[in-house]
Design a protein around this ligand. Structure first.
Ligand code: PEP
Ligand code: MN
Length: 337
């Protein structure tokens, strides 16, 4: 349930209600709207006592939340959450693009890619230093050395750094270097990892598991939000279907569906979502047309030599062309890029 405070409620009244919620054995989450403050009360349903909270000073009304995901829900917060990131933001009027190699392969290639994607209009740099690989013998990433190169690229360009964290124990190390902690599709329901990134002060990019449904994605986001981290970005990156021509099937319809259900920014990954460099640009355009707040795209200076995901990585030149054509789509629907 949520406690909606009156527009002129005082700070003391809000604090008093937060304490009353705690006394009921529930956890209060303060949500600062543009007009009024709302307190989302999460915890065991049995302890909820709406009538006792409704009479509190400064309270307008107490409303039950129907969705199973509470803090993520539009019912709790109607206006979009805007997350400032690097050279732009995600969730506002402006569409933001995160771009870079699948994996940090070395210092030179990373810096070269960072400068090129910045020039093309990206706001953040992606690159894995810890890679969750299906094959235990495959390259697992440069680990801390890769994180250091990412931090150097941020210094050089101003781009924010988005990089994956694969286990709860790694969160402090990755958070030392990254601006955004990426939770990969294979870890979307690693609940300990979700709780750990939820305690971090870094934004979280949560990728949809490839067999996870709409509600499971939002409940995974709720794990992070319920730990106090309000900066969660959702990413549709494609699911497994019978289709083999593309690597995964990117569900464009998830974009407007998610945008309706949640205030969190929603982005798409046309690289993993297709597995084919020649399909990245048209699918990126479709994602923006459907209302995505941004994209995450794999870009490599020499995709033929990429250590991981070369087939779906676009060159820096193709990325530059892609941003130009995506900008036109953004403008056609009243946004900018
Ligand atoms: C990635 O972004 O390189 C990645 C591994 O993505 P996903 O978790 O969506 O497969
Ligand atoms: Mn990849």
């Amino acid at each position: 349930m949520i406690v909606v405070m009156q527009a002129d409620a005082t700070g003391e009244q809000v604090e008093h209600m937060m304490q009353r919620v705690r006394n009921l054995g529930l956890t209060p989450h303060l949500i600062q709207g543009t007009e009024r403050v709302v307190i989302a009360c999460v915890g065991d349903e049995r302890f909820k006592a709406p009538e006792r909270l409704a009479v509190g000073a400064g309270v307008d009304k107490v409303i039950p939340i129907l969705a199973r995901f509470k803090i993520a829900s539009r019912e709790v917060k109607a206006e979009p959450t805007v997350i400032p990131l690097g050279l732009g933001s995600l969730g506002g009027e402006r569409v933001g693009i995160i771009a870079g190699p699948c994996t940090v392969e070395g210092r030179e290639m990373l810096l070269e890619t960072a400068h090129a994607v910045k020039e093309a209009g990206a706001i953040a740099l992606r690159g894995g230093a810890f890679k969750p690989r299906t094959d235990p013998y495959a390259f697992q990433g440069l680990a801390e050395e890769g994180l250091a190169y990412l931090a150097e690229a941020r210094e050089a360009t101003g781009l924010a750094i988005v990089t994956e964290v694969v286990s709860p124990e790694q969160v402090p190390l990755v958070a030392k270097y990254a601006d955004v902690l990426q939770v990969g599709a294979r870890n979307m329901q690693n609940f300990q990892l979700l709780a750990e990134v939820g305690k971090s002060d870094k934004a979280v990019l949560l990728k949809r598991g490839f067999s996870a449904d709409f509600e499971e994605l939002l409940l995974a986001a709720e794990y992070v939000l319920s730990q106090g981290n309000s900066r969660v970005i959702l990413c549709e990156r494609g699911i497994r279907t019978f289709e083999k021509y593309v690597r995964f099937t990117l569900a464009i319809s998830m974009v407007p569906a998610l945008k309706r259900a949640t205030h969190l920014p929603v982005i798409c990954d046309p690289s993993h979502g297709t597995g084919r460099a020649d399909l990245v640009e048209p699918v990126a355009r479709a994602a923006i047309a459907a209302g995505a707040d941004g994209l995450i795209v794999e870009v490599h200076p020499d995709p033929e030599r990429a250590m991981i995901d070369g087939a779906q990585s676009v060159t820096t030149e193709a990325f530059t062309r892609m941003v130009r054509s995506c900008r036109k789509v953004a403008e056609a629907i009243g946004r900018s890029l």
